[in-house]
Each structure stands twice: as structure tokens, then as C-alpha cells.
Design a protein around this ligand. Structure first.
Ligand SMILES: NC(=O)c1ccc[n+]([C@@H]2O[C@H](COP(=O)([O-])OP(=O)(O)OC[C@H]3O[C@@H](n4cnc5c(N)ncnc54)[C@H](O)[C@@H]3O)[C@@H](O)[C@H]2O)c1
Length: 411
């Protein structure tokens, strides 16, 4: 059993803070380094900014002296190991943007004063640890460090699978680094799965999310075909899901969002292009998934006999229920298409209070209709006094909502 270690975790967002809490639960000392002064001060005040991580978990870590947040990379000096968990988004042209990872690796290399185990948890293409992170950290340092990777599988808001019971893949640039990383994760994860190289771990992560991306694209296309045939797609999917093997249900929706599903397949696609290849499945699924906001708004437009001058309240602007994350949210294109159709659009979200410099609008304003994109459990429509409520999908608790994807529009 590994004793208590000094761990530095770069990036204190969904992934980094989750690992901080996991490492604290195993008795390690954790310094969470984040370049956001706001994140740092709220963590040091004992407040969590991530759903599923409680204030008390953070406050206990701070008051025990086991956890400290800082923007200063110097605090990584002397760590037994460092975990990198910074964003790896797409740039404006839809290409992988490794700039934050590059900057984190350089800052780290400049402060490490002893040979250290560096673990990457940020999602990126195969070869990132070997060809990007290692040269940058080693290049900024006078020492040789050890490198491992353990792609994060956190599913924010998932109450069934968390850090402890989600199996974790670990690869390394050599066996020593991999085994050290395995020993670290074993202190707070029930199952760690060694793989033969860093590239296997990196590719596995991309394939997991590409699998979802493609199946969501497939079911979104199927939903459109069912709509045209007048067959309720949700009933079809529930019927198909009674098959106990060889079938996994995915559900049509207004689009994909968040930092993983819309992004990771494009990291794979970009890397494939360096080998003169292109995934046709990724390309067509991207088209399908990104086409859903337009499809949903077109259905709404048809249902209401034209959206011009209608006051529309968009309800739920994050990318999924009970999570306040608005990165890559399909609410953005939905609102653009609504405006293009002439609607006067406001938005309401019980857990996203500010978005794009605007505040969530009250529910009891004057609206002709609402369209629910994401139904958070905190959503309370008691004050609603507007017209009909439409929704991307039917909701079991709100039978009066008019679903836009799974039922044919009235003619
Ligand atoms: N969110 C998820 O559900 C999820 C799941 C699996 C994997 N991932 C991957 O994990 C990585 C991190 O994603 P996230 O969702 O935790 O991001 P996040 O935006 O929630 O958090 C990242 C944090 O890193 C900080 N940061 C950015 N650049 C920094 C730098 N150079 N130095 C120090 N701090 C820096 C930001 O201020 C932010 O607080 C990404 O590669 C993502 O694809 C995310």
C-alpha cells in the first residue's frame, strides 16, 4: 500500500477537482494549481464550483491542511507526482487547440526540481504525451521526468459511476512510469487497467467518445426517418432495448454539447488526417449531430405556423440536465436559428444564471411559447403563464409538453 504522497494537480475543473478529491480521500496531500484566480479563491474558501463535489469535501481538505489551491506553479515543486487536467478544446476553425496543455507543460517543466512522475489526464490524440508533453516539460527542465497517462472518464452528475468504481486505464512511456501511476490510482480507484503504451490509452479514450458520437448521430438520423414515417421513435427505441444483448440504446436529442462528445472525435479525425486518412463515420455523424438544432427549430416553426415576431422562451441552455456547463451547448445554434426565423428570444435556466453576458430571464414574463431544450430537475414551471410548451423530447412528468423530435408535426 502506497503511503501518503504530495500531489500537484494542474487544472481544477471537472476533471482536476475530481482527482483532487479522490487523492484527498486516499490521504494524499494535494495542491490544486489553476490559473483562474476565481477558482483558486473559491476553493480556498471551501467552496466547490463543480456539481457532484460538495463544499464540505473541499472545506474538509482545506481545514485539515491537506488541500490548497493556488495559481502559482512553484507549489508543484517537490511534488511526488503531477497530474495535468487542463482543457483541450477546438479552435474557431474546429481544429484541436492544445495551447493550454502546451502552456501547462512549459510552466511545469520550469518548476520541477527533482525527477517527477508526470501524468496526463487531459484528452488528446495518440502521441500527445510522447510528442508534445514530454519534450515541453523536459525542454523547460534540466531533469528527466517519468510520464504516464490515465484518460479521465468522469461523467459529471452521474450518481452511479464515480472515481472509485469507474475502471481506469493507465499507460506509460515506460513500465516504471506506468507502474508508479497504477500504484497512485489504486489508492482511490477500485479497478485500474494497465495498457501496453501511452498511445493505447490515448486512442481508447478517443474511441470511447467517438463510439457515442457516432451512435448519437445514427439515432438522430433514425429519429428523422421515423418522424417522416409517422412512427414514434422513442417507442421504437424502447422496444429495441428489450433485446438483452447486442443492443445499446442511444436517444435522439437537440444536439450534442460539453467538452467531450463534440470535441474528442475531431481530435481523432485531425490526427488521422496526418496519416492521410479520414473517418467517414465521424464526418457524417458530425453533420448529423450538428444538424439537429436546425431540425428542431424547423419542427417548432412548422408546429406554431411560423415563428416570426413570436416571443419564445428557451428553457435549459446547458448541454445536459443538472449540469451548468454551457460549453458547446446546442442552445447556441438553436437560439440563432430561432432568431433567424424572426422569433424574439429570451432564455431561462434554473442553474445557469449568467451566460454570454446575459442573465437568465424570469419564467413569468410575457411569452407566446416555451421550448425546453434541457429539463433540469430544479426546473419549476409553476410561474409559467405563456402559451404552449414544446420540448425536444417527451418528459414523463410533463405530459403536456409537445415533443418536437419524436412525434410528427401536425399538418
Ligand atoms: N468535463 C468532463 O466531463 C471530462 C471528462 C473526461 C475528460 N475530460 C478532459 O479533461 C480535460 C479537462 O477538462 P475539464 O472539463 O476538467 O475542464 P474545465 O474547464 O472544467 O477545467 C479546466 C481548469 O483548468 C484551468 N486551466 C486552464 N489552463 C490552465 C493552465 N495552463 N494552467 C493551470 N490551470 C489551467 C482552468 O482555469 C479550469 O479551471 C480536457 O482535456 C477534457 O477533454 C473532461
Amino acid at each position: 500500500m502506497l503511503g501518503s504522497m504530495r500531489v500537484a494537480i494542474i487544472g481544477q475543473g471537472y476533471v482536476g477537482l475530481t482527482i483532487s478529491v479522490g487523492a484527498l480521500s486516499a490521504g494524499h496531500n494535494v495542491v490544486g494549481i489553476d490559473h483562474s484566480a476565481q477558482v483558486v479563491s473559491s476553493l480556498n474558501a471551501g467552496k466547490s464550483h463543480i456539481e457532484g463535489i460538495s463544499d464540505s469535501e473541499i472545506a474538509t481538505g482545506i481545514s485539515s491542511g491537506k488541500f490548497l489551491a493556488s495559481s502559482n506553479y512553484e507549489l508543484a515543486r517537490g511534488a511526488d507526482l503531477v497530474v495535468i487536467a487542463v482543457p483541450t478544446p477546438l479552435d474557431e476553425s474546429g481544429k484541436p487547440d492544445l495551447s493550454l496543455l502546451v502552456s501547462a507543460a512549459k510552466s511545469l517543466g520550469a518548476v520541477l526540481d527533482a525527477s517527477t512522475l508526470v501524468i496526463n489526464e487531459s484528452t488528446s490524440h495518440p502521441g500527445t504525451l510522447r510528442e508534445v508533453i514530454k519534450p515541453l516539460v523536459d525542454g523547460a527542465s534540466t531533469l528527466k521526468h517519468r510520464y504516464a497517462i490515465s484518460p479521465e472518464r468522469v461523467d459529471p452528475g452521474n450518481k452511479k459511476f464515480g472515481t472509485r468504481n469507474t475502471p481506469r486505464i493507465v499507460g506509460g512511456l515506460d513500465d516504471v512510469a506506468r507502474d508508479e501511476a497504477l500504484a497512485f490510482y489504486r489508492t482511490f480507484c477500485d479497478q485500474v487497467v494497465p495498457v501496453s503504451s501511452a498511445e493505447v490509452a490515448e486512442a481508447a479514450k478517443l474511441f470511447e467518445n467517438t463510439f457515442r458520437f457516432i451512435n448519437i448521430g445514427l439515432v438522430n438520423e433514425f429519429a428523422q426517418i421515423m418522424a417522416a414515417m409517422g412512427i414514434p421513435v422513442n417507442e421504437v427505441l424502447n422496444a429495441a432495448a428489450t433485446k438483452p444483448y447486442g443492443f445499446m440504446p442511444f436517444h435522439p436529442n437537440v444536439g450534442i454539447g460539453g467538452h467531450c462528445i463534440p470535441v474528442d472525435p475531431l481530435y481523432l479525425q485531425a490526427r488521422a488526417s496526418e496519416f492521410g486518412l479520414s473517418s467517414k463515420y465521424i464526418a457524417v455523424s458530425e453533420e448529423m449531430n450538428h444538424g439537429m438544432p436546425k431540425f428542431v427549430v424547423a419542427r417548432l416553426n412548422h408546429e406554431v405556423g411560423g415563428l416570426a415576431s413570436k416571443k419564445v422562451l428557451v428553457v435549459g441552455v446547458s448541454y445536459k440536465a443538472d449540469i451548468a456547463d454551457t460549453r458547446e451547448t446546442p442552445a447556441t445554434p438553436c437560439i440563432s436559428f430561432l432568431k433567424e426565423a424572426g422569433a424574439i428570444v429570451s432564455w431561462h435556466d434554473p442553474i445557469v444564471h449568467k451566460w454570454n453576458g446575459e442573465s437568465s430571464s424570469p419564467l413569468n414574463g410575457e411569452y407566446d411559447l416555451a421550448v425546453v431544450l434541457v429539463a433540469h430537475s430544479q426546473l419549476n414551471l409553476d410561474g409559467w403563464k405563456g402559451g404552449p410548451i414544446y420540448a425536444a423530447n417527451p418528459h414523463p412528468q410533463f405530459p403536456n409538453w409537445i415533443p418536437l423530435i419524436s412525434v410528427l408535426p401536425k399538418n
